[in-house]
Write a protein that binds this ligand. Structure first.
Ligand SMILES: Nc1ncnc2c1ncn2[C@@H]1O[C@H](COP(=O)(O)OP(=O)(O)O)[C@@H](O)[C@H]1O
Ligand SMILES: O=C(O)C1=C[C@@H](OP(=O)(O)O)[C@@H](O)[C@H](O)C1
Ligand SMILES: [Mg+2]
Length: 560
């Protein structure tokens, strides 16, 4: 197996081995990928070491490494920085795939610098690439801010009119997270903040942007996009662009914590434990950690040391536990009472608000709930729970929620998604008119569709109903759930339903109409399809395979 690696000075933060493993494992041609921390004096020897067939290059060597290349791509030469090295026929060739990565990041997040004033923090190799992309996308002005340049952090007031801010420095990066170079409140015209850092997922700069309601994005998509391009150079063949989205989702699954917040007694500890078991993750409960640390129960801590002391310890414990990766963390209901807790829990997590009716909240052993009316407590906290969380999980009393049900609501799955809808009598497949529809069952059909989705690694939901209104409801729901495509066999409603036609038109999601039989060569009334005009494709007479072809069609034409 060939050896590749990431060259840099400090690499503790890097997700590159994870990303390259995913790129190597899932698309044929895996390779070894190592972190190669090196001092400047040893850079040349490392690059020339025959053990390695190529490298990625990061801070601070993106400019310097060019010196040891025999050839440099035109693009990299123009930018003045490389991030990829490949050895071909004994020659060391340098490339810049960061350009592609940064461009991808902006485009996929609808950040358009055209006509805008941009400031770029940092003046290293990545900064050069960022500047090139911003200029190519017609930014009005690109100002580089660096510690010792003409534009620096002391005269930043000259650029408080900046509209886009891009951080290319390592300030705020793991393990030294939680710091930012700027006071964002000074930038009143700012309408986009990009941080190339991807670990933590949300740097302090990005958290500040989120608090201010400014569109913002971190560097994970850029990391994966540039890695995909580099991997193509390493392996010598193209990789589907859809892999970027898939791997971004997988990296999030591998690195983000799930954090549960919400009113005391709402079920955070209970659900957290179930989630952790089901997702095979480690589980932490901040109250339990506090009790262990203090050697006292929560009521005892409140009684002996008071609430202020408890809150201080709680923040300390949060700081520790939020350094975990891929854990499930239940918090105490009061963490939202301290502003300083927000950036701590926000850094690397998906945050869920567990909700339950006030009358059903458990109050036992909860000193705050016993001393303050729950309505009052909820008034004080509800806006904070809402603002701090990404998603809500309803946990009504007596619902007997198993994690399986909750999981659908909260599991983080960013893959390209398709909804398959079947209309009336399709559930009777295998029983009904076998001469027309075949003898295979509805379950067999679903299995085939699921296998197809697994093969393409897409998210799938299958729905069947005999009721027109339910089908309309489902189509509408697909809009709010953000499905990328719909495959529909409206069955008998094909030839009658204006309501289903209107629903497809309303959601504007690419939809393929499927019929198992040859509808055009049966009764005349089957030749009319109301839904057809709203569909991007119509497939009939291909049996169950029609559904698989429909998924292929959508995936090939609409997944980029
Ligand atoms: N979904 C659920 N199913 C069964 N019992 C639950 C559920 N959610 C909460 N409970 C119970 O309600 C009580 C309070 O839940 P807990 O997880 O301790 O709340 P929190 O951590 O939010 O204070 C516990 O007795 C817990 O077992
Ligand atoms: O809401 C609160 O202020 C508190 C909630 C409790 O945790 P739970 O939310 O798990 O009950 C515990 O941290 C402490 O009693 C204070
Ligand atoms: Mg709890």
């Amino acid at each position: 197996m060939k050896n590749f690696g990431l060259i840099g000075k400090k690499l503790e933060h890097s997700y590159s081995p994870l990303v390259h493993k995913m790129l190597g494992d899932n698309i044929s041609g895996s390779y070894n990928y190592e972190l190669l921390e090196v001092e400047e004096d040893d850079l040349e020897t490392l690059i020339k070491n025959d053990k390695y067939s190529g490298f990625n290059v990061t801070i601070p060597y993106k400019k310097l490494a060019m010196k040891y290349c025999d050839e440099i791509s035109k693009e990299a030469l123009e930018i003045g920085s490389i991030n990829t090295i490949v050895k071909v026929d004994g020659k060391i060739k340098g490339y810049n795939t960061d350009y592609y990565g940064f461009n991808y990041l902006l485009k996929s997040n609808n950040i358009n610098p055209e006509g805008l004033k941009c400031i770029v923090l940092g003046s290293g190799g990545s900064s050069l690439t960022v500047q090139a992309v911003l200029k190519d996308l017609k930014a009005r002005e690109v100002v580089v801010i660096s510690r010792s340049g003409a534009n620096n952090y002391k005269n930043l007031n000259l650029h408080y009119d900046a509209q886009i801010i891009v951080n290319t420095t390592p300030v705020g990066m793991y393990p030294n997270s939680g710091v930012s170079l700027l006071d964002l409140s000074k930038f009143e015209n700012c309408r986009g903040v990009v941080d190339l850092i991807y670990n933590p997922h949300m740097t302090r700069l990005l958290i500040d942007a989120k608090i201010k309601g400014i569109p913002h994005v971190g560097g994970l998509e850029m990391l994966v996009a540039q890695a995909k391009k580099s991997s193509e150079l390493f392996k010598g063949f193209k990789i589907n662009k859809n892999e970027i989205k898939r791997i971004v989702g997988n990296v999030k699954d591998e690195t983000l914590n799930i954090i549960l917040i919400g009113m005391p007694g709402s079920g955070k500890s209970h659900i957290g434990k179930m989630m952790a078991e089901s997702l095979e993750r480690e589980f932490f409960d901040t109250d339990k950690l506090i009790e262990k640390r203090e050697g006292m129960s929560i009521p005892e801590i409140f009684e002996k040391r008071g609430e202020e002391y408890f809150r201080r310890v709680e923040t300390e414990v949060l700081k520790e536990v939020c350094k975990e990766k891929k854990a499930v963390i239940s918090t105490g209901g009061g963490i939202v009472t301290r502003d300083e807790n927000y950036p701590i829990i926000r850094e690397n997590s998906e945050i869920f608000w567990i909700k339950r009716d006030l009358k059903d909240l458990e109050v036992k052993d909860r000193p705050i709930s016993l001393s303050t009316p729950l309505e009052e407590l909820y008034e004080q906290r509800k806006e904070l729970y809402k603002a701090w969380s990404d998603k809500i999980i309803d946990n009504p009393k007596g619902s007997n929620y198993s994690f399986g049900i909750i999981k659908d609501d909260c599991y983080i799955d960013n893959r390209w998604s398709v909804l398959v809808i079947n209309g009336p009598n399709i559930n009777m497949l295998g029983i009904r008119e076998k001469g027309i529809y075949g003898d295979k069952s509805y379950n067999t059909l679903n299995k085939m569709i699921q296998e197809k989705a697994n093969k393409l690694n897409i998210k799938l939901e299958i729905f069947q109903s005999n009721h027109e209104g339910d089908i309309v409801d489902k189509i509408q729901e697909s809009y709010f759930k953000g499905y990328d495509g719909i495959v529909i066999n409206p069955a008998g409603y094909t030839h009658t339903s204006v309501a289903i036609l209107d629903a497809i038109k309303a959601v504007q999601i690419p939809t393929v109409e499927v019929h198992i039989s040859d509808v055009n060569n049966r009764e005349d009334f089957r030749k009319v399809s109301y839904v057809r005009e709203a569909c991007v494709e119509s497939i009939s007479n291909r049996g169950f395979k029609g559904y698989l072809d429909a998924i292929d069609f959508l995936y090939e034409n609409y997944s980029d």
